[in-house]
Design a protein around this ligand. Structure first.
Ligand SMILES: [Cu+2]
Length: 409
């Protein structure tokens, strides 16, 4: 089939080339020069240009109609303002688009070549310059001022009544965290990140520090044992020994950083890491309707972007640099399902920054519900309990030791 299409294209090109040759030959017979273009040709081209314009406009109108409602109505308070701004922009752009393009095509048609007409020539018109600087200038100022007002509102300080949700990104998933009864997030530190030991966010607790130190000590010990064995046997290449030494050095550095973390905290008069113990790590974001939410974003690896299309909100998540904004959801998931006539409708947060191979699949559900439902859900979520993590960490420790037996091939 593809071959057939290719054949048709090749034949069409040959046909056009042949027709052009015939045309040139007939011109020679008619004794007209190639650059002589008849009035009939000019008129035909000018008219075809107008036909093209109408086709072009029709396609634009079609796209407007086709994609007019690709998102349901805004489900957040500030989203209404974002939509208003967006609509103002679209109206402005559309009017400008039709005016400018119509002028472009119309002038080409009206002033098609006429051998009896001479073009008027002028170098400069201050009035014209002023006009086409002032109009876009005023329009731009309007858009920027109103845009900034909405932006400032979104990124301004949250009210004391707001709930806080931390959204954490990594290749390629989202994890959310809610503070516990103390309404405060426990400190997180990348040195304690341990996905397998159920601390994907690196929350600092006394128990977890102990567990992690124990795990690292175990790894250092087994690696040192392996190093000793390798040295005694004397049959391993130098690079292998160096790699082992490097590994032990890195583990010691890791241990040192964790110890410093604890020392710093003790120096500040707070040696107990208790704040994070009651935090709740969840795989689905729940929000109470009508209540302000402050989102705090962190990232583990690269820049991601938390995009919540239904709430008209987006924020980059940057490693080492927490970002934030606030919003108030106004429509529950159940209400939106009814409005959209779709039982399966769900609010989503997706990654809007091409961050790697599985970027397309990086999203997390958002459920907006009544305050009662939200409180019930939050109560059901289990807290980040350090003692459980310790067990996990120890379990991991044994596997780590087992894997550290030297192998040679
Ligand atoms: Cu991403």
């Amino acid at each position: 089939m593809k071959l057939l299409i290719l054949l048709v294209i090749v034949l069409a090109i040959i046909a056009i080339v042949q027709l052009t040759k015939v045309y040139e030959l007939s011109r020679g017979l008619r004794k007209s020069r190639e650059e002589d273009i008849s009035d009939a040709d000019n008129t035909l081209n000018a008219n075809l240009m107008m036909v093209w314009m109408f086709g072009f406009f029709a396609s634009v109108v079609y796209l407007y109609v086709r994609y007019a409602d690709y998102l349901p109505e805004s489900a957040s308070a500030h989203g209404v303002e974002v939509d208003w701004l967006m609509n103002i922009n679209i109206i402005g752009i559309t009017v400008a688009f039709f005016l400018v393009n119509f002028a472009l095509f119309y002038v080409s048609w009206k002033y098609k070549y006429d051998k009896n007409r001479r073009a008027e020539y002028f170098l400069h018109s201050t009035k014209l310059e002023m006009l086409w600087t002032a109009i876009p200038g005023v329009a731009m100022a309007f858009i920027i001022i109103f845009g900034l007002m909405t932006w400032n509102e979104m990124t301004g300080p949250a009210s004391s009544n707001a709930i806080q949700v931390e959204v954490y990104s990594e290749q390629f998933k989202w994890t959310a965290r809610y503070p516990g009864d103390d309404k405060e997030f426990g400190l997180a530190n990348y040195n304690l990140i341990d996905a397998e030991a159920s601390n994907p966010l690196g929350i600092v607790t006394k128990e977890f520090i102990a567990a992690k130190l124990e795990s690292i000590d175990g790894q250092i010990e087994s690696n040192e044992k392996a190093l000793k064995q390798v040295r005694e046997e004397g049959t391993y290449p130098v690079s292998y020994i160096e790699a082992l030494e490097e590994k032990i050095y890195r583990l010691q550095r890791h241990k040192q950083r964790i110890l410093e973390l604890d020392e710093n905290q003790a120096a500040n008069g707070k040696s107990e890491w208790t704040v994070g113990a009651d935090d709740k790590i969840v795989k689905e974001i729940h929000l109470p309707v009508g209540r302000e939410v402050e989102f705090i974003f962190r990232s583990q690896d690269v820049i991601h972007s938390a995009y919540m299309p239904h709430f008209r909100a987006q924020m980059n998540t940057v490693p080492g640099q927490p970002t934030r904004f606030k919003m108030t959801p106004t429509i529950t998931t159940a209400e939106m399902r009814k409005k959209e006539n779709n039982d399966k409708f769900d609010y989503i947060l997706l990654c809007n920054k091409v961050c790697g191979a599985a970027h397309f699949n990086m999203m997390i559900n958002i459920v907006v519900e009544t305050p009662e439902e939200y409180e019930k859900w939050l109560k059901e979520q289990k807290t980040f309990i350090a003692t459980e993590d310790k067990k996990d960490a120890e379990a991991k420790d044994t596997t780590a030791v087992a894997m550290n037996v030297p192998a040679i091939n």
